[in-house]
Design a protein around this ligand. Structure first.
Ligand SMILES: [Zn+2]
Length: 343
């Protein structure tokens, strides 16, 4: 089958389009004809190589996909051949201490498809049947493929971990990126007032169209200062920050007393400047979050399926242009998710 893969870690140039053996269906799994795969920042980290983590090479990147079920493994019920499905990228064991108490993302043998296993930028993948989620005809394959990773991440981060409630104020740093697009919409559905920080007028226009109430261009103004102005010096209840190094201190400064800073990543660097006085004196909470359970994926998907939230596909690339797709991601050029069309 055709696949995008790399045989060594490095820049976008290591991505190759070639032939790899087709995966084989096992009991409890389904084979999916992939039609579209979306990019996430994690794909860049996996391609460059993650310290302390060895990935068997060649590796097919990609955590998100949508396609058509074309083969059922033994014992599979619930999905049929021909179903249009998107893919839950999380695999957990179901039996460890953390799975038993319902925290699948804390599973001691947690696997993310595309990071710990072979990914989605290829013609056919085999996944556990429960990871295949049918989606309505109102969504294209490109739109469906853009949803899972960012919406599940945003839901767990804002709702489960961040405990966002109606009437609260939330600041989203890097709001026009994939997770931001999901965060803005989820925060609005939750009844919060949304402050969106992004780096250009064009990106802020997208944030406004998704429902953001207050737009802040962080290239042109001090985010924390603007937040103080907009909230009568109080600060916001929740800040979402997966940008990391360049935004962390401003995020701490933007919170109200007792506010919650939630993070699910650090795209600009892991070691930000910090000031512990903000954390203890103003009694802030710093909360980590990663991925989400099946329920935390289904909750936002149902809202998208019902038309109350929408996918935002910013650019679509053919498989042969996968390196350009990675370059566009690295340059933060696209408004919305970058999708690779497969087949
Ligand atoms: Zn487990």
């Amino acid at each position: 089958m055709k696949a995008i893969f790399f045989e060594r870690h490095g820049g976008p140039e290591v991505l190759t389009l070639g032939d790899l053996p087709e995966p084989v269906t096992r009991p409890g799994t389904v084979k999916v004809d992939v039609r579209a795969a979306s990019l996430n920042h994690l794909d860049l980290f996996v391609r460059r190589g993650l310290p302390g983590m060895t990935i068997p090479l060649p590796h097919i990147p990609g955590c998100d996909a949508a396609g058509v079920v074309n083969e059922l493994g033994e014992g599979v019920t619930g999905v049929k051949i021909g179903d249009r499905v998107l893919m839950n990228p999380s695999i957990s064991c179901g039996t460890c201490e953390f799975c038993q108490r319902g925290d699948a993302t804390m599973c001691t043998s947690y696997q993310l498809i595309g990071e710990h296993t072979s990914g989605t930028c290829c013609e056919r993948i085999v996944i556990p049947a429960e990871n295949a989620i049918p989606f309505p005809d109102s969504l294209s394959f490109e739109q469906a493929a853009s949803l899972p990773l960012v919406f599940v991440t945003a839901w767990r981060m804002l709702i489960t971990r961040g405990r966002l409630r109606a009437g609260e104020d939330v600041l989203i740093q890097g709001a026009s990126a994939g997770v931001g697009i999901a965060c803005i919409q989820i925060a609005k559905v939750a009844g919060a007032r949304v402050f969106a920080a992004a780096s250009s007028a064009e990106k802020l226009d997208l944030c406004r169209s998704l429902g953001a109430d207050v737009l802040i261009n962080y290239e042109q103004e001090d985010v924390a200062k603007r937040i103080r102005q907009e909230t009568s010096r109080r600060g916001v209840d929740v800040v979402v920050d997966y940008v990391g190094k360049t935004t962390w201190l401003r995020s701490l400064q933007s919170l109200c007393r007792g506010g919650r800073l939630v993070t699910c990543g650090a795209t600009t660097g892991y070691n930000p400047e910090e000031d512990l006085r903000h954390i203890f004196y103003r009694q802030l909470e710093v909360i980590g979050s990663t991925m989400g359970s099946r329920n935390e994926l289904m909750a936002p998907l149902q809202l998208v399926f019902a038309g109350r939230m929408r996918p935002v596909v910013g650019a679509v690339f053919d498989m042969k242009d996968a390196a350009d797709a990675h370059r566009a991601m690295e340059a933060r050029r696209a408004l919305g998710k970058i999708v690779i069309r497969v087949n």
